[in-house]
Design a protein around this ligand. Structure first.
Ligand code: NAG
Ligand code: NAG
Ligand code: NAG
Ligand code: NAG
Ligand code: NAG
Ligand code: NAG
Length: 752
């Protein structure tokens, strides 16, 4: 299956790699086959501890001499947690797994990395975010991705003051990589890499400019979407951790977390996700982000681009992570107007203007060299340039990134191309084309063929693409969906943000079209990309904004404020409800005045682990909590103080379930909130006890119970909401029940 533009790049490289590793196996003795494994050892012990020496001695215990041990040890994690990555064989693995002090040993997997007006659309205009530059520029966003292109204007430090004194990182960007007062830190991890520069991918430069880029006026893609490209808060600082090259290795991602936490970043944005659900103990994003949470650093993570594989597709399931789905706030229209006046919609981003109508020529009628099937498909070397004569070439093929169609069309001097769309375009939306192109759905393509057969002189024109705004954001089908398959009582995804046709910085020399990735003549400093990868840095920017207004707020308070103030999405266009968009569409301007917040502390997660029975004991071990669960401190996961409530209930029977929550007053000292519940047409009854909360102080906490009773009426799930309202602030959270055949399935099954 083809994925979003960026992911396709990574998939391409993955397949190359796969072939080479298969060859590797045949050459190496199977017994001594070595792979990179991560040996995770939990939190750093207190007091003096020479982590690297310890790791070397562990490798020596496997029978290596010191030099060999050093060579096999790829990386030590010594700054924020304890562990190492090493080249190990099966025998060594089995020895290590039972060694003292080891939490888990798992293979280092390869990962996939999964716009101008977007900020204004979510209500955060430039004037709103440039009010207090001293505070705003104290915030540091850590970016785990494919590096950045430091020369991009998005990373200029013009007018920025000195680097914040809290910064503990370094500029180790390697060859030809200069930091400045904007781009304050850089590191890279791949052994064969020489720099933190985003040399070929462009994904890192694009996401970093969306999270933290400076405001660049008059940015556009060949005139389309002309406006200001910027990060959420353009004066925040950026620290770059290049954990991906053509692909992202797990042991490098973990190294990025190890450094970012110790370097003292405030927020981590990571637009990378697993393509399948992972056990927590084998999951570098779970482990890294947990240690980040312990330092009150919020990790913002893309939900993934696997929504078309259905419910439960998001691999971003940790309650301490902020999981971001994509939504579309605009579409890019590309019109194809036939000479008879009929307008067809092309699924392409076309930056070219065709000034006059051109004649349409069918591949079959402009080929004298090839048989019918090859010529209708405009196969390379079949088309005769004299017969094309600058007209629009109609080719009966489904366009793919590997087709030669643009090479053919350009070599025979066609002024445009008409082809059919494939499944990837239906899922991910329009892709950039390197010349005027109409990519049509099959029925429209058939219409063009019949139009070609008609006796009248045919003509047509491909119009440059235009941006069309959607008034109600919709969740695109690629955005990975809930429910949470590891912690069923923690709602996921958390929230939705713009992730479709996002314009941001590009590598200037890189072709922005996947259909002509090697083109040396087609480039643009700004380009459109689509994916939850693009939604994630929007939320990182929004988190920076809320933090700049409330420096004393915890990471969980900021997450709560963004979730409880999110805009509702239009039900009619979003049939997956909150399983697609979580709390809704981010509204950062509202999030700075949430009134009440649902806060979760590190201790709350440990108490929740205690509520998970034997599986939770494993989790406590994973995160090296030495103390045993004491009686009475355990919290059921449904009662974790999360800004959403969900649980599964039995099909075919009535149910009663309750949720315990605590809110902290961050609105007005003296305030009274009333509970409002919305159950839609569902046969559920919600009782909130107490249903009035009165506060006399800021930071005062009040707890309440939400009791839900209902009858099963042949539904899959019910969606309700709970709102606290004081006349000014509206704090809304999702309350969703999922009906299951077999409740045993709900037990946590993949923690180990
Ligand atoms: C190094 O960076 C400069 C701009 O800062 C650029 O002009 C030059 O091409 C780069 N060299 C290499 C080898 O990437
Ligand atoms: C973009 O907008 C600015 C200001 O509105 C205008 O001056 C500029 O010419 C526009 N650029 C393009 C390529 O349309
Ligand atoms: C998760 O752990 C269980 C039990 O150790 C194991 O059977 C399962 O294969 C693991 N799943 C993945 C995706 O690694
Ligand atoms: C058309 O020609 C190509 C190459 O000459 C050949 O491989 C293909 O089988 C032919 N197709 C038909 C339908 O004859
Ligand atoms: C469910 O509740 C309804 C109404 O409260 C009641 O009539 C019905 O008997 C209950 N069904 C079961 C299986 O308890
Ligand atoms: C809140 O109300 C109480 C009693 O009505 C009053 O004593 C107190 O001064 C008020 N606090 C603020 C901050 O207005």
């Amino acid at each position: 299956m083809t994925r979003s533009p960026v992911v396709v790049d990574f998939l391409y490289f993955l397949s190359v790699l796969f072939v080479s590793s298969v060859i590797g196996i045949s050459l190496e003795s199977l017994n001594d086959q070595r792979k990179v494994y991560i040996v995770y050892m939990g939190s750093l012990p207190e007091g003096e501890y020479l982590a690297r020496d310890h790791h070397i001695s562990m490798m020596q215990a496997l029978g290596h001499n010191k030099i060999m041990a050093d060579e096999k040890l790829i990386r030590s994690y010594t700054r924020s947690f304890n562990g190492f990555a090493a080249n190990l064989n099966k025998k060594e693995l089995s020895i290590l797994r039972v060694m003292r002090g080891i939490v888990s040993v798992f293979p280092s997997q390869q990962f996939q990395a999964q716009t101008t007006r977007s900020w204004d659309y979510i209500g955060m205009s430039l004037k709103d975010v440039s009010q207090n530059p001293n505070v705003e520029s104290d915030i540091i966003i850590g970016h785990l991705d494919a590096g950045v292109r430091p020369e991009s204007h998005s990373f200029s430090d013009h007018g920025l003051g000195p680097i914040p004194t809290k910064w503990k990182g370094a500029c180790l960007g390697g060859k030809n990589f200069t930091c400045n007062k904007k781009l304050i830190g850089a590191r890279f991890y791949e052994l064969l890499d020489t720099s933190a520069n985003d040399l070929t991918i462009g994904h890192g430069t694009h996401t970093a400019s969306t999270a933290a880029g400076r405001a660049i006026k008059n940015s556009n893609f060949f005139g389309i979407a002309n406006g200001t490209v910027r990060g959420g808060v353009p004066s925040t600082r950026l620290a770059v951790y290049k954990v991906c090259n053509s692909f992202c290795d797990g042991h490098n991602i973990l190294a990025g977390f190890d450094d970012a936490i110790a370097d003292n970043v405030d927020i981590i944005t990571i637009s990378i996700s697993y393509n399948s659900i992972q056990n927590i103990s084998d999951n570098v994003i779970s482990i890294g982000s947990f240690h980040a949470m312990e330092k009150d650093i919020l990790t913002v993570n893309a939900a993934g681009n696997l929504g078309s594989s259905g419910f439960g597709s998001t691999a971003s399931i940790e309650p301490w992570i902020f999981t971001i789905g994509a939504s579309a706030d605009r579409t890019i229209n590309n019109k194809f107007i036939l000479g008879n006046g009929r307008t067809l919609m092309s699924n392409a981003v076309n930056g070219f203007d065709m000034s006059t109508d051109k004649k349409l020529v069918y591949g079959r009628s402009v080929s004298s060299r090839c048989n019918e099937s090859f010529s209708t498909q405009c196969t390379l070397d079949c088309i005769d340039p004299h017969l094309v004569n600058g007209n629009i070439l109609v080719c009966d093929i489904v366009i793919t990134t590997s087709s030669d169609i643009f090479v053919t069309a350009q070599s025979v001097g066609a002024s445009g191309v008409v082809v059919r769309e494939g499944e990837d375009l239906i899922i991910y939306g329009p892709k950039i084309v390197p010349m005027p192109t109409a990519i049509l759905k099959n029925s429209d393509f058939q219409y063009v063929k019949s139009y070609l057969k008609s006796k009248i002189v045919n003509s047509a024109r491909i119009i440059k693409s235009e941006i069309v705004l959607n008034h109600a954001p919709v969740v695109p089908s690629f955005s990975s969906k809930g429910p949470n398959t590891i912690f069923p009582q923690i709602f996921k995804p958390d929230i939705s943000a713009p992730g479709v046709n996002i314009l941001a910085a590009n590598l200037r020399e890189k072709s922005p079209s996947e259909y002509a990735s090697n083109s040396k003549t087609f480039h643009s400093s700004y380009t459109f990309m689509t994916g939850t990868s693009m939604a994630c840095p929007h939320v990182a920017g929004a988190v920076a904004y809320v933090k700049s207004k409330h420096l004393d707020w915890s990471a969980s308070a900021i997450k709560s404020s963004l979730m409880t103030t999110a805009r509702n999405m239009n039900f009619h266009y979003n049939i997956d409800d909150e399983l697609g968009h979580g709390a809704g569409y981010i509204d950062p301007m509202k999030a700075i005045h949430p009134g009440l917040v649902y806060e979760t502390s590190k201790e709350d997660y440990f108490k929740m682990f205690c509520g998970l029975g034997p599986e939770g004991v494993k989790l406590r071990k994973i995160f090296r909590r030495k103390k045993k669960c004491m009686k009475g401190i355990e919290t059921s996961p449904k009662d974790l103080n999360y800004p959403a409530m969900t649980s599964s209930v039995h099909k075919n029977s009535n149910f009663t379930i309750s949720f315990f929550r605590t809110v902290t007053n961050v609105g007005h000292a003296n305030s009274t909130y009333n509970a409002q519940v919305s159950t839609g047409d569902n046969m559920v009854y919600i009782n909130v006890v107490p249903n009035v909360l009165s506060f006399v102080n800021l930071k005062e906490k009040k707890s309440f119970l939400v009791i839900v009773t209902g009858n099963w009426l042949n539904q899959d799930h019910v969606s309700c909401s709970l709102i606290w309202f004081d006349g000014t602030h509206k704090i809304e959270l999702n309350l969703a029940m999922k009906y299951e055949e077999d409740l045993d399935l709900l037990n946590i099954s993949h923690i180990s």
